[in-house]
Design a protein around this ligand. Structure first.
Ligand SMILES: [Zn+2]
Length: 81
């Protein structure tokens, strides 16, 4: 089982327990299933807030914004009403 580094907590984990983020135009979306081509970053579902606070997503995908639907899916409390 391949291991990947979570961009939120920086720990390595099995790829199957991480979600794969990919860039689609100017937006970062969930590319886990089906597996999206292109440069990806990996993240635990519970580490999205940490990744946003550390600006890790912006570093992995310069200039891109995170899809609001993806944020809501990962952490409903992170998205204001
Ligand atoms: Zn993590």
């Amino acid at each position: 089982m391949p291991r990947r580094t979570c961009i939120g907590c920086r720990r390595t984990d099995e790829q199957s327990s991480l979600i794969r983020l990919v860039r689609r135009g100017g937006t970062v979306v969930d590319g886990t299933r089906p597996r999206a081509e292109g440069r990806g970053a990996y993240l635990h579902p519970g580490c999205v807030v940490m990744a946003v606070e550390r600006r890790a997503i912006g570093r992995a995908f310069p200039g891109a914004t995170v899809d609001a639907e993806l944020l809501r899916l990962l952490d409903p409390e992170s998205v204001p009403e």
